[in-house]
Design a protein around this ligand. Structure first.
Ligand code: SF4
Length: 57
């Protein structure tokens, strides 16, 4: 199964809604809480949130 998200900018390889990396299921994503995430994707989201937290401090 494939999923096409209207928020995905294929040219920039980024999420237009969140103005950053497309990681399906991340906080603020249209799929947040609606899909089961692989361990790999969960780790990528944790890493992204840690980087964002670090950038805000
Ligand atoms: S992060 Fe979510 S909302 Fe954004 S482009 Fe990817 S799938 Fe769509």
């Amino acid at each position: 199964m494939t999923f096409h998200c209207q928020n995905y900018d294929i040219n920039a390889d980024a999420c237009k809604k969140l103005r950053g990396e497309c990681l399906p299921g991340r906080r603020g994503c249209v799929l947040e809480g609606r899909v089961a995430l692989s361990e790999e994707l969960e780790q990528k989201i944790k890493d992204l949130e840690a980087r964002m937290q670090g950038a805000m401090e």
